[in-house]
Design a protein around this ligand. Structure first.
Ligand code: 5GP
Ligand code: MG
Ligand code: MG
Length: 189
């Protein structure tokens, strides 16, 4: 692999197997999503709810691309399970700071895999009586179709591979990569 081409960010180059989505592809998709959402929410004040920590980079770029008045809240949840799969049993690590009743809430997610985390989250947030509640996820994996979670906006449908970068981690590493990639098998050993 030519690590120069990958930009060997933070010295991660040797760990990267292949780049799934480049910086340019991500940037273009965010512009597309933002253009659509700006139309759908015209005249409304949007409350972006970012799900920590994976959605932080996406939320930051998306909020700037949207060009609508938005406010930001964050929530951190942890699903009991292994490092690479979730169980659907969710615990709130950090709750929203404010009431969301009568607000137009747009949940910003990094990736939907089983959909169990999101399904729980939507039930929880829905109970707080927002004026509207929708989801914008950058990535979606094939298993997500098995659970009936209404996701209005999706950036990319990706294959069933474990990916890192652009907010997504493996053991808390690689979130700072500017692109989305897979890791070499030896990294997991
Ligand atoms: P779900 O409940 O939809 O199965 O899990 C969603 C969460 O699992 C994501 O927010 C993320 O933390 C984690 N996850 C699922 N797939 C991946 C992946 O390919 N890479 C990384 N880094 N995390 C993932
Ligand atoms: Mg997430
Ligand atoms: Mg993680």
């Amino acid at each position: 692999t030519d690590h120069g081409e990958l930009g060997n960010h933070h010295g991660y180059g040797p760990d990267i197997d292949h780049v799934l989505l480049s910086e340019e592809q991500i940037r273009e998709k965010i512009e597309e999503l933002a253009a659509q959402i700006a139309v759908d929410y015209a005249g409304k004040e949007v409350l972006l709810v970012g799900v920590l920590k994976g959605a932080v980079l996406f939320m930051s770029d998306f909020a700037r691309a949207l060009r609508l008045p938005t406010q930001m809240e964050f929530m951190a949840v942890s699903s009991y399970g292994s490092a690479t799969s979730s169980s659907g049993v969710v615990r709130i690590l950090k709750d929203l700071d404010r009431d969301i009743s009568d607000r137009h809430v747009l949940v910003i997610e990094d990736i939907i895999d089983s959909g169990l985390t999101l399904s729980w989250l939507l039930k929880n947030l829905g109970g707080r009586r927002p004026a509207s509640l929708e989801v914008c996820a950058l990535l979606r994996k094939p298993d997500a179709v098995k659970v009936d979670v209404p996701v209005r906006y999706v950036g990319f449908d990706i294959p069933n591979e474990f990916v890192v970068g652009y907010g997504l981690d493996y053991a808390e590493r690689y979130r700072d990569l500017p692109y989305i990639a897979t890791l070499k098998p030896e990294v997991y050993q």
